[in-house]
Design a protein around this ligand. Sequence first.
Ligand SMILES: [Zn+2]
Ligand SMILES: [Zn+2]
Length: 363
Amino acid sequence: MSRVDYYEILEVERSATTDEIKRSYKRLAFEWHPDRNPGSRECEERFKVISEAYQVLSNPDKRARYDSFGHMSSEGLFTEFDFEAGFGDIFGDLFNEVFSGAAREKSRRGNDLRYSIDLTFDESLTGCEKTIKVPRQTACSGCGGRGAAPGGDVPCQSCNGRGELQYSQGFFAIRRTCPTCGGAGRRILKPCKECRGEGHLSIEHNLTVKIPGGISDGARLRMRGEGDAGQRGANGDLYIDVHVEEHPLFRRDGDDLHCTVPISFVQAALGDEIEIPVPGGNSAITIPAGTQSGQTFRMKGKGVPRLEGRGSGDLYIDIHVEVPVKLNRTQKLLLEEFARASEEENVPMAKRFVSKLQELINK
Ligand SMILES: [Zn+2]
Ligand SMILES: [Zn+2]
């Protein structure tokens, strides 16, 4: 939620009349309207703020509250304001003529498309380039997207070629895409042979997608303008959903990786050099004598490359000491001998535990 002054946003004095506010809003909204500045996020944001300011200052009650309490009081009013839904009403009221063209254009924006990409775990870490085949609607070159053979269309009679119908409903003027011509504004008498009057053809495009290293399962990439062709160049977008295969050994946690490595109790007691997996290969680390189950070794920077910013997360080697199972006779005898040779000092945790327990009993 913006903290900017609504009067400044609308470029009016604090003493401005409702008419002055309305005039100023009309001028600014016209200038910043997203349909006049396609693809500009800045304009879209600015336009929202302008609309927000107008919503408050054009309403005497809200304006009085804003004058007394500032943004604090109005915040609650706008968190639920749906800007997309809001546009229609404001425009129906104020800009019927001005924006009817723009609105029509908007209704003919191409469809957004969705595509799924499967990545191996390694690909998700290193990043990769994938070439995908996307069938998408492309404007027919034979008729320039009009769908008619040369000279084969006339203005639609239902909407007089405007592509939309207008009617009033209570307070608001409502516009709808003309159902007869579907918003095209033309009626086709002789369809284009290439596209059979559709105005577009489904053509398979090869697209190269650059997947950044560090991308996670479930991420969605947006490729602007790579969706279906609209008319007058307003293409839809292509959304790419990324699925990452699970790794048999690594578990990802944000930018960090975890790997549980089992070692024998002998290795744990004596210490050892053990082989561990790292992204893209293997590595060796030294486990010190007396390593306990559950102990973790951190390998700095061996985790997932950070999508934003530099560096990588860490790799955590979680040690699991495995107690041997299915002992044979010789092994049992050796262990029993080992037990007899063991001393309290070999097991400090157990020693502490026993002494705590004794204390409790003797209380
Ligand atoms: Zn029509
Ligand atoms: Zn055609």
